[in-house]
Write a protein that binds this ligand. Structure first.
Ligand code: NAD
Ligand code: DAU
Length: 368
């Protein structure tokens, strides 16, 4: 069956990989990328597919309910994959209102638009799907029960994992806004029967990530021999997944996932910040022809992030067991590809880091 799918936030980091995958893999589908183009949205991320006949870009704010209803009617939309969000924790600490507006009210606006339009359709909710992309941060933080970590086991830094049943306990304004949006999505299923699915994913890395996030920021700073601002001691643990593997998971879940279910997505790939930073330094140095480790002295410990979650670790075994998904890339391969991509795409980086963002960055880090 031909499908008409709105993907929100398709000009951002993960969204651009999802749009690319769907446009290339499903020529019979019509993919409508709805993005407001905030500071984080960049159409250059999609320049390779912009001329495809099954792809349409619409610059719109997801909070504009009437415009979303009109778009859904115009394109007879039967699926929504919702990624648009304010996504950076540090920004949420400085400006929580913007996060509540986009992440909570924007998600509610999309839910209500889907309900309004699909309620009028003769087949109602049959064949329809509202898929909400969320984060592991809604679950809060895990203990570091094995601080030494041997990197051999599934949970080198502790036996506990975030599972689909884990109680929500968000700590940052960002994660609180995402938790709230998840609750609205589930409420629309439970109250109105809207065919929803929610997934909660761990930290993504890969090409096209906005360079305020750890990995692209540090690659660019190492290249330019600028200080690497490590929050606190660098002991926090994150579970890293290559972004294309997240997009693959979204494809599988959109097509085969069970309505009303939650799926956790992660790579069983935990790293302490300080260790991953050392891997990034060594990789950048090697690829630039510098002696490996030459830039270790750029590491600069700065004031910790307020409310900094200690450890995230996702148990994605349900997704593997029920839908057969697992990551395709080992971390060593993924990080090599990622560093190479940023070094090969300096123009992309320079366009983003000049102008307004440079001012924001300098102000942000002069306060630390
Ligand atoms: P991003 O910040 O790179 O991109 C967000 C996109 O949403 C941008 O293109 C932006 O222009 C657009 N947008 C923002 N506000 C909008 C609005 N009001 N209307 C329309 N478009 C708007 O984010 P990302 O890192 O690609 O994350 C995408 C989604 O995945 C988010 O929902 C995030 O919570 C979730 N997520 C991210 C990660 C991660 O590691 N990056 C992990 C798990 C889940
Ligand atoms: O876990 C999923 C989440 O991962 C997503 O929901 C978020 O959208 C995404 O931004 C990411 O959140 P984090 O806060 O984990 O990512 P970030 O890249 O900002 O930071 C990763 C870790 O590195 C975190 O422990 C903070 C630390 N850090 C970050 C920056 C930007 C530093 O030490 N220095 C820095 O300059």
């Amino acid at each position: 069956m031909a499908k008409s799918i709105i993907i929100t936030g398709g000009a951002g980091f993960i969204g651009s990989h999802v749009v690319r995958l769907f446009v290339n893999k499903y020529p019979d589908y019509h993919i409508i990328n709805v993005d407001k183009l905030t500071y984080a949205g960049n159409l250059v991320n999609l320049s390779d597919i912009e001329g495809k006949s099954n792809y349409t870009f619409v610059r719109e704010d997801i909070c504009n309910y009437e415009a979303i209803v009109a778009l859904m009617e115009k394109y007879e939309v039967d699926g929504i994959i919702h990624l648009a969000a304010e996504s950076h924790v540090d920004r949420s600490i400085r400006d929580p209102f913007t996060f509540a507006r986009t992440n909570v009210m924007g998600t509610l606006s999309l839910l209500q638009a889907a309900k309004t339009v699909w309620d009028k359709s003769p087949s109602k909710y049959e064949g329809k799907r509202f898929y909400h992309i969320s984060t592991d941060e809604v679950y809060g933080a895990l203990e570091l029960s094995n601080p030494a970590g041997d990197k051999d086991g599934r949970g080198p830094y502790g036996d506990s994992f975030f599972r689909e049943e884990t109680k929500y306990n968000p700590h940052s304004p960002y994660s609180a806004s995402k938790a709230s949006s998840d609750h609205f999505v589930r409420a629309f299923h439970d109250t109105y029967g809207l065919p929803t699915i929610v997934t909660n994913c761990s930290n993504n890395y890969g090409p096209y990530q906005f360079p305020e996030k750890l990995i692209p920021l540090f690659i660019n700073n190492i290249r330019n021999r600028k200080p690497l601002p490590v929050y606190g001691k660098g002991e926090n643990v994150r579970d890293w997944l290559y972004v294309v593997d997240h997009a693959r998971a979204i494809d599988v879940i959109f097509h085969k996932g069970t309505i009303a279910e939650t799926y956790n997505i992660g790579g069983f790939n935990e790293w302490k910040n300080i260790d991953i930073i050392k891997v990034v330094i060594n990789t950048v140095d090697r690829l630039l022809g510098r002696p490996e480790g030459a830039d270790m002295d750029l590491i600069t410990h700065v004031t910790d992030r307020a409310g900094h979650d200690l450890r995230y670790a996702i148990d994605s075994s349900k997704l593997k067991r029920e839908l057969g998904w697992e990551p395709s890339l080992q971390f060593e391969e993924g990080i090599e590809k990622t560093v190479r991509w940023y070094l090969d795409n300096q123009e992309w980086m320079d366009n983003i880091t000049s102008g307004d963002y440079e001012k924001y960055y300098d102000e942000m880090y002069s306060n630390r």
